[in-house]
Design a protein around this ligand. Structure first.
Ligand code: G6Q
Length: 550
């Protein structure tokens, strides 16, 4: 597989004809209002709504015309997007700075698939681990796996951070409706001791299982929390080190470090260097998810991912939801100067989805050099943020409606509620539709005056509109639906990275702070006054902290 010729390097984003044509085109587009775009084209909504992989994607309230789409698709061609997609699915080492494949799509490939890394089909390994996870999940959920003192496991605490935490937390919250309610799930990530202390304060050690989730098994926060968890457990179970084997399992690629910690090889669930942390929630890093929702639901989640993978891989770009979403992000960032994108799920179970997307999008595409190491002369990833609706409406939506910034929004909603309660769901969905319409069409001066508004108040009550949004409508929040949504954003991020010519799969930006912290730790802990050689501000802060510590 890796003997394939590398995909061609595209010329700079700003060099090709599509870029210049888009710049020219957007000059005229800026003056067009969504009101006109809709009134002059009765078929617009129908034409700019796509149904694929069980998602209804309405992008008609975007500030685009058919010509905008044509030019965006030309920009994608100039970036060799099709070749880049093929390279990812073929297991090429597209993560060039770490010399690795980015093959998260293999995590959800069906058992018979053949996806090779260095000539070896990785799919059987994926299914072997999934099978072991399912057996283990069955034993925990069924009460067969017992704690050291013979008690049933009732509490599961995942210890991990970044990609080894955000996916598991988000998936647990998103799929709580499907979770085994006799089990308690907690997630510890922060090295701040409060995180661990609060997570375990009401738990019985004899009934608690810790999952130490760490690809490298060296991450400062996770190892510190794992050691504190071991101390906490042993202090409560009489100090017998043998208890560790019944109360700790690991998810990692580092078998040696796992056994050194005292976790048996049998209790380790592996994955591979071709799975990036922020792309790992459907690997063994999803063990807590499988314990919560069961193996059947976990496989349904994988099938949702797979359906979106197939759509991304095969649908023509003009009918490809992740490609279109990625291109629209590029349009607003590079041609309209947008700095942020808001993701607004109208589904309480998706309350951690924006936090999860923050890492997926910004750790992936927060880059300032191209794959070839050249500084870009255009903006890359916008800031992704959001909150569930309708809560956000009573908070920051004001700025989206009437502020001075253009903030493209993704509205995510479901046709059926998981907790049907009176009129709640109709009211929830009415708000989705009302918000997208208000953002797009606003209320102009004439309309405000016609309502009898006092003249002094008119400017305050005008909504300019022309604020773009996508609406993603799915049937119901099932495990498969969650898989589709996550894969959709993964591939949208991939599309953006391809256009920007950047590596979405490394994260060197987190290194400098980590290395500096390692240097500062002994300066905080040493008994003798350390010789400090940082800048003046850092030296003073360290000295002040040492005094505070006493
Ligand atoms: C994700 C990043 C990062 C990583 C954490 C945890 O893409 O690489 O968030 O997941 O630093 O790393 P470990 O799993 O190795 O502990």
């Amino acid at each position: 597989m890796n003997t394939r010729r590398p995909t061609p390097t595209a010329p700079s984003l700003t060099d090709g004809p599509a870029w210049h044509a888009l710049q020219e085109h957007v000059r005229a587009l800026r003056a067009m209002h969504l009101r006109e775009l809709f009134s002059s084209d009765p078929a617009r909504s129908e034409r700019l709504t796509l149904e694929a992989a069980g998602i209804c994607f309405d992008y008609s309230k975007q500030r685009i015309t058919d010509e905008t789409l044509r030019l965006l698709l030309a920009l994608a061609d100039e970036a060799h997007l099709a070749e880049r997609i093929a390279a990812m699915f073929a297991g090429e080492r597209i993560n060039r700075t770490e010399h690795r494949a980015a093959l998260h799509v293999a995590l959800r490939a069906p058992p018979g698939a053949d996806i090779r890394v260095d000539g070896i089909n990785v799919v059987p390994q994926v299914h072997e681990v999934l099978g072991r996870m399912a057996v283990f999940a069955g034993r925990i959920r069924g009460g067969e796996w017992r704690g050291h003192g013979g008690r049933r496991i009732r509490n599961v605490v995942n210890i991990g951070i970044g990609g080894s935490d955000l996916g598991p937390v988000m998936a647990y919250e998103a799929l709580r409706h499907y979770s085994a309610r006799h089990l308690v799930f907690r997630f510890v990530s922060n090295v701040d001791g409060t995180d661990f202390a609060e997570a375990v304060h009401d738990l019985e050690a004899a009934e608690t299982l810790f999952i130490v989730s760490s690809k490298t098994f060296t991450t400062l926060e996770t190892m510190t929390n794992a050691l504190s968890a071991r101390d906490w457990l042993l202090a409560r179970l009489g100090g017998d080190a043998a208890a560790v084997a019944r109360h700790f399992v690991a998810v990692s690629t580092n078998a040696r470090a796992v056994t050194d910690f005292g976790i048996a090889r049998d209790s380790m669930f592996g994955f591979w260097d071709w799975v990036g942390g922020r792309y790992s929630m459907d690997s063994a890093i999803g063990l807590s998810t499988m314990l919560a929702i069961g193996p059947g639901n976990f496989h349904a989640l994988l099938s949702g991912f797979r359906e979106m993978d197939e759509h991304f891989r095969h649908a023509p770009f003009g009918h490809n939801i992740p490609v279109l979403m990625g291109l629209l992000t590029v349009l607003y960032v590079n041609f309209f100067g947008a700095q942020t994108v808001a993701v607004l799920p109208y589904e309480q179970y998706l309350k951690r989805f924006p936090a999860y997307l923050q890492q997926l999008t910004m750790e992936s595409n927060g880059k300032h050099v191209t794959l070839d190491g050249v500084r870009v002369d255009y903006d890359t990833s916008p800031v992704f943020w959001g909150e569930p609706g309708t809560n956000g409406q009573h908070s920051f939506y004001q700025l989206i409606h009437q502020g001075t910034r253009l903030i493209p929004c993704d509205f995510i909603a479901f046709g059926r509620p998981l907790n049907a309660l009176g009129r709640h769901h109709d009211l929830l969905l009415a708000n989705v539709f009302a918000q997208t319409a208000a953002l797009a069409f606003g209320r102009n001066v004439e309309e405000v005056r016609a309502e009898g508004t006092a003249e002094a108040l008119v400017p305050h009550r005008v909504f300019e509109g022309n604020r773009p949004s996508n609406t993603l409508l799915l049937e119901e929040l099932t495990p498969a639906a969650l898989g589709k949504l996550v894969a959709l954003y993964e591939h949208s991020v991939f599309t953006q990275a391809a256009l920007w010519r950047i590596n979405a799969f490394d994260q060197w930006g987190v290194e400098l702070g980590k290395a500096l912290a390692q240097r500062i730790v002994p300066e905080l802990e040493s008994a003798a006054e350390p010789v400090l050689t940082h800048d003046g501000s850092t030296n003073a802060l360290i000295r002040r902290y040492r005094r505070m510590k006493g």
